[in-house]
Design a protein. Structure first.
Length: 102
Protein backbone atom coordinates (compact mmCIF):
# COMPACT_ATOMS: atom_id res chain seq x y z
CA UNK A 1 0.00 0.00 0.00
CA UNK A 2 1.31 3.41 -0.89
CA UNK A 3 0.29 6.76 0.54
CA UNK A 4 0.57 10.10 -1.17
CA UNK A 5 0.51 13.14 1.06
CA UNK A 6 0.41 16.74 -0.04
CA UNK A 7 1.47 19.13 2.67
CA UNK A 8 -0.12 22.53 2.26
CA UNK A 9 -1.95 25.09 4.26
CA UNK A 10 -5.64 24.63 3.83
CA UNK A 11 -8.70 25.24 5.85
CA UNK A 12 -9.82 22.21 7.87
CA UNK A 13 -13.04 22.09 5.85
CA UNK A 14 -11.23 21.66 2.51
CA UNK A 15 -11.16 18.15 1.00
CA UNK A 16 -8.88 16.52 -1.50
CA UNK A 17 -10.46 13.85 -3.66
CA UNK A 18 -8.32 11.08 -5.11
CA UNK A 19 -9.61 8.43 -7.47
CA UNK A 20 -7.73 5.13 -7.80
CA UNK A 21 -8.66 2.53 -10.37
CA UNK A 22 -7.80 -0.85 -8.79
CA UNK A 23 -7.89 -2.58 -12.18
CA UNK A 24 -4.69 -0.77 -13.16
CA UNK A 25 -2.77 -1.84 -10.04
CA UNK A 26 -0.78 -5.07 -10.27
CA UNK A 27 -1.11 -7.54 -7.42
CA UNK A 28 2.03 -7.90 -5.34
CA UNK A 29 3.62 -11.25 -4.59
CA UNK A 30 2.14 -11.26 -1.10
CA UNK A 31 -1.38 -10.73 -2.41
CA UNK A 32 -1.18 -13.74 -4.71
CA UNK A 33 0.09 -16.16 -2.06
CA UNK A 34 -2.15 -18.48 -0.10
CA UNK A 35 -2.29 -18.23 3.67
CA UNK A 36 -1.57 -21.17 5.96
CA UNK A 37 -5.33 -21.41 6.60
CA UNK A 38 -6.01 -21.57 2.83
CA UNK A 39 -3.48 -24.39 2.48
CA UNK A 40 -4.89 -26.26 5.49
CA UNK A 41 -8.46 -25.99 4.19
CA UNK A 42 -7.46 -27.10 0.67
CA UNK A 43 -5.58 -30.16 1.98
CA UNK A 44 -8.49 -31.03 4.30
CA UNK A 45 -11.00 -30.87 1.43
CA UNK A 46 -8.88 -32.77 -1.09
CA UNK A 47 -7.06 -35.32 1.10
CA UNK A 48 -9.24 -35.52 4.20
CA UNK A 49 -6.55 -34.93 6.82
CA UNK A 50 -5.22 -31.95 8.76
CA UNK A 51 -1.78 -30.42 8.30
CA UNK A 52 -0.21 -28.14 10.89
CA UNK A 53 1.51 -24.80 10.43
CA UNK A 54 4.78 -26.55 11.27
CA UNK A 55 4.20 -29.06 8.46
CA UNK A 56 3.52 -26.27 5.98
CA UNK A 57 6.55 -24.25 7.13
CA UNK A 58 8.84 -27.27 6.76
CA UNK A 59 7.65 -27.94 3.20
CA UNK A 60 7.92 -24.26 2.25
CA UNK A 61 11.45 -24.18 3.65
CA UNK A 62 12.30 -27.34 1.69
CA UNK A 63 11.31 -25.51 -1.53
CA UNK A 64 13.19 -22.33 -0.64
CA UNK A 65 10.13 -20.22 0.09
CA UNK A 66 11.46 -17.63 2.50
CA UNK A 67 9.51 -17.21 5.69
CA UNK A 68 9.71 -14.31 8.07
CA UNK A 69 11.71 -14.83 11.24
CA UNK A 70 10.00 -16.97 13.85
CA UNK A 71 9.81 -15.20 17.19
CA UNK A 72 8.58 -18.32 19.00
CA UNK A 73 11.95 -20.05 18.94
CA UNK A 74 12.89 -22.89 21.30
CA UNK A 75 15.07 -21.95 24.26
CA UNK A 76 17.67 -24.66 23.70
CA UNK A 77 19.76 -24.92 20.55
CA UNK A 78 19.51 -28.72 20.34
CA UNK A 79 15.71 -28.96 20.50
CA UNK A 80 14.17 -31.23 17.89
CA UNK A 81 11.03 -30.70 15.87
CA UNK A 82 8.89 -33.54 14.60
CA UNK A 83 9.34 -34.18 10.88
CA UNK A 84 6.43 -33.93 8.48
CA UNK A 85 5.22 -37.37 7.26
CA UNK A 86 5.80 -38.04 3.55
CA UNK A 87 2.06 -38.24 2.70
CA UNK A 88 1.56 -34.77 4.22
CA UNK A 89 4.60 -33.41 2.36
CA UNK A 90 3.08 -34.56 -0.94
CA UNK A 91 -0.32 -33.08 -0.07
CA UNK A 92 1.20 -29.72 0.92
CA UNK A 93 3.34 -29.67 -2.24
CA UNK A 94 0.17 -30.33 -4.23
CA UNK A 95 -1.51 -27.40 -2.44
CA UNK A 96 1.46 -25.12 -3.13
CA UNK A 97 1.27 -26.05 -6.81
CA UNK A 98 -2.48 -25.41 -6.76
CA UNK A 99 -1.89 -21.91 -5.35
CA UNK A 100 1.02 -21.41 -7.80
CA UNK A 101 3.59 -20.93 -5.07
CA UNK A 102 5.96 -23.56 -6.50
Amino acid sequence: METVVLLSQQKPDDHIEIEINLDEIDATGAETKATYKNIQNWVQEKYGFHVTNLNIAQVKQKHGIIERENYNKPKSEDSRQPRCPEEKVKAIEDALRHFQMI
